[in-house]
Design a protein around this ligand. Sequence first.
Ligand code: UDP
Length: 488
Amino acid sequence: MAEYSKKDGNENVHIVMLPFLAQGHLIPFLALAKQIQQTTSFKITIATTPSNIQHIKHYYYDHNHVHLAELPFDPTQHGLPPNSDNTKNLSSLDAMLKLTMASLSLEDPFRSLILKIKEEEGHSLLCIISDVFVGWANNVAKSFGIKNITFTTCGAYGTLAYISIWSNLPHKNSDSDEFWIPGFPQNYKFHRSHMHSTLRETDGSCDWSRFILSQIQLSMKSDGWICNTAEEIENLGLELLRKFFINLPVWSFGPLLQPLALQGKERGKGLEPCIEWLDLKDERSVLYICFGSQNTISAFQMMALAEGLEQSGRSFIWVIRPPFGFDINGEFNGDEWLPKGFEERMKNTQKGLLVHQWGPQMEILSHKSIAAFLSHCGWNSVLESLSYGVPIIGWPLAAEQVYNAKMLEEELGVSVMLTATVESVISGEEVKNVIDMVMDQQSGKGKEMKVKAKEIEVLMREATTQNGEVKGSSIRAIDDFVKVILQN
Ligand code: UDP
């Protein structure tokens, strides 16, 4: 097998990428495409639905070499509003399930796309990189006799916990509140109260279970997995995941982050007010709060968070959306969901900035005034925060977020979990106490977390850097992946 180098001009390798229809998945896929292109001259095509193509073109498309292929998809045929082919645009969990199930209908158009590429580029060495939630791509790859690699977009620890818990439902066999998840060391205990209700209650026959399990099982038949993490930060998670998969290669290419300049483009006019406001603040004095692209907390929790923020007297910037159970993209009713006069008081005292719907997250996190991030611990948010050395207050809500939060606290020491799920009951005082602990970075736990987050920032940068002949672990992983792709 020949050694591959970019100079070889091996353009006859064509990678077709197939992300799941969510913002938190599209972004790392784009970053993955870019990362592979920096080290190879492979042709890369991202296949997705029409409005996701428009979204990518409009906000993120800076490199001509990534091709985009449209997979016909009409959300209205699946009982969804027009243009709702991204979870970010959906207003409820019910709509999220509809889109998730509807994503299965992409198999036929995707098959036609691969057939067309095969006919047009008969000589190409094709490979499909598909999202863990697009396991059916493995059937397509097999039927054409081409390689299929799964990209989880998450970290290793979170991926393993997520797969294992949905597959084994270990909490169902335990009377205790704490239970063990197969694949983890026996002394690792996970807490029932940290699980979101869908997972806690399922017996494995609900629509979510059937979708997740079928897609995971198919993805486990692929030729290897890529995680959005780095060896240095997820030593344990990667070791466990590799043991769990036994014969499959697991590569870590991360952190795969979207470029800052591109993020700014999406924010448009929302960017400047945030930065101007942050510019007025002292260094490391502001708490940033955001629950990701598709999650929100309950109305009761929102009230407690606002009370805790006000009691702490710390400066904060909060990307706020209507609470759980209401249209997350709808009008924000501050009179009902926040303490009386809260927004006005925060504005007048300059203590807090409420950013409605969507904030320029990367730009905020990269600002020198930010001291900590109160986050739902979606994996992109975690990587973005740590890439700027910002410690995290965890408030996981769904998906694998709670395992990320646990790993960040117990393995990396860069986070504390304030609470978990939309159902938890929390008081303003509890919120205040945790905020005070993490925001006081001169001493104690807050200082420790800041120091560790700064260490992780350095390790993450090193993983993706090449100094002469010395390559970071994520670059070495890409080299190894390329060798496997070129094997016939
Ligand atoms: N994001 C953003 N502004 C927002 C909310 C989210 O820029 O107001 C971006 C964030 O920077 C991250 C992505 O959306 O890149 C969210 O991904 P993550 O994995 O953190 O959470 P998810 O939305 O998938 O739950």
